[in-house]
Design a protein around this ligand. Structure first.
Ligand code: PLP
Length: 443
């Protein structure tokens, strides 16, 4: 009889996995609780990356599970197309707008089911905005090299990952890329004398890219994360966002913040963009919106975009975009419960404190390990950049010891993003395991 791993290899086409069936079978999880998961062999692991940076309140939260059950019993499905809605989607849209602080100017919420489609929606809304504004030639988009914004044709083009472009004839020529704000690389390897110097370079690069695209009147929007996660855990220079926003404003280009990883407590706030010091025109949310319990995404639409769409409603007519599952009641109920859990358990401030402990503990524990060249992070996102040892090997050795971390191969960095509920005790264990692997890898 075939076991589950054999069935999986035979039948399941996995995302971002070698095509060959001649590979080591992957982990098949059969139980998950708190910050721990268990595989088909009964092995348990501490998950220090929250699944895929998404299980913000931890696995198996009862309140969310109850809300899902309740919603699926009362309204198992109700579409939101053609002006209809369901109680949960309506409440969630209102709740999200109220979570944005008063000055944020967010006016509308559009629902989808993945970070990719949240960004896809923002791309289409940006084009619609400029069409309505009488600037139909503004069809281009700028984003950072090494960024990850999704996997559809448009969002893979938007992503700055050549490995995701190869094999699919991407990026589409409408998508342009600028340097990721990597302060450590700039100051240690690229000869910049200060952060300010480096930001001057990034600002000039943005300006040059806009001009090379045919001028400001060809570019619709710049997409960027508050802190690039998959790109290598890159806290931006402190004046990066205000300086870049100045350039965008001068050319009337929209700023879209991809908050798919950084929202819902990951950076210690409801939204990661609150740490940028600037006001985005649109915001993409997913992952932590439901803490990964069920698929859901949201695109927040700001005043600048919404007021133009509203003003040109006769010209636009119907907003011709949406999904069968947009605003699914069960997903919206999960998101509402998730927000309540974060609020009731004070997870924003707890996560911030735990994040400080994590960064401090990692820095302390790795200070004298020569293969550790940089430790950086903010909130519960921490990166450990290595030299002389492969991050992927370190991640594998951690896994052998029951700890899941993520290797960011391009920056040879170990990424940590544990759930907001992680205790200080567990932080010490996580860092202890990483230290042990690094010390042993160093011999
Ligand atoms: N945006 C960012 C910043 C991400 O990290 C990801 C996924 O990791 C996405 C978008 C895409 O989200 P999804 O995988 O839900 O489509």
């Amino acid at each position: 009889m075939e076991n589950l791993s054999q069935i999986d290899i035979k039948s399941h086409l996995h995302p971002f996995t070698p095509i060959s069936e001649d590979r080591t079978p992957g982990r098949i999880v059969d139980h998950a609780e708190g910050i721990r998961i268990r595989d088909q062999h009964g092995r348990t692991y501490v998950d220090a990356i929250s699944g895929l940076w998404c299980v913000n309140v931890g696995y198996g939260n009862r309140q969310i599970a109850d809300a899902i059950q309740q919603a699926s019993r009362t309204v198992s499905f109700a579409p939101t197309m053609f002006g209809a809605s369901n109680e949960y989607a309506t409440r969630l849209a209102d709740r999200l707008l109220r979570l944005c602080s008063g000055a944020s100017g967010m006016r509308k919420v559009f629902f989808g089911h993945s970070g990719s489609d949240a960004n896809e929606t923002a791309l289409k809304l940006a084009r619609l905005y400029f069409l309505a504004s009488g600037q139909p030639m503004r069809t281009k988009f700028i984003s950072c090299w090494d960024s990850y914004h999704g996997t559809t044709l448009a969002t893979a083009s938007l992503s700055g990952l050549p490995g995701h472009h190869r094999n699919f004839a991407l990026p589409d020529p409408s998508f342009l890329h600028v340097s990721a704000p990597d302060v450590f690389d700039a100051l240690t390897r690229r000869g910049f004398s200060s952060e300010d110097d480096y930001v001057d370079f990034l600002v000039k690069e943005m300006e040059d890219t806009i001009i090379a695209a045919g001028g400001g009147d060809k570019v619709a929007a710049f997409f960027v994360e508050p802190l690039m996660a998959v790109g290598g855990i890159l806290p931006p220079p402190s004046n990066y966002f205000p300086r870049i926003k100045e350039v965008l404003d001068r050319h009337d280009i929209l700023l879209v913040i991809d908050d798919v990883v950084c929202a819902f407590g990951r950076l210690g706030h409801w939204f990661g963009w609150e740490t940028t010091g600037v006001q985005p025109d649109m915001v993409s949310l997913a992952k932590g919106l439901t803490s990964g319990c069920v698929p859901m995404s949201a695109t927040l639409v700001g005043e600048r975009v919404w007021s133009v769409l509203e003003q040109h409603q006769d010209q636009i007519g119907v907003f011709g975009h949406g999904f069968t599952m947009s605003g699914h009641p069960v997903a919206a109920a999960a998101a509402l419960a998730n927000i309540e859990v974060i609020e009731r358990e004070n997870l924003l401030s707890k996560g911030k404190d735990t994040g400080n402990v994590l960064l401090y503990t990692v820095r302390n524990a790795t200070r004298y390990i020569p293969t550790v060249v940089n430790v950086r992070g903010r909130g519960l996102l921490v990166g450990i950049e290595l030299a002389g040892v492969q991050a992927s090997e370190v991640a594998q050795k951690c896994l052998d010891l029951g700890l899941i971390v993520r290797a960011i191969v391009g920056r040879n960095t170990i990424a940590l993003a544990p759930p907001l509920i992680t205790s200080e005790d567990d932080i010490l264990k996580i860092v202890g395991t990483i230290r042990k692997v690094l010390v042993e890898s160093n011999i």
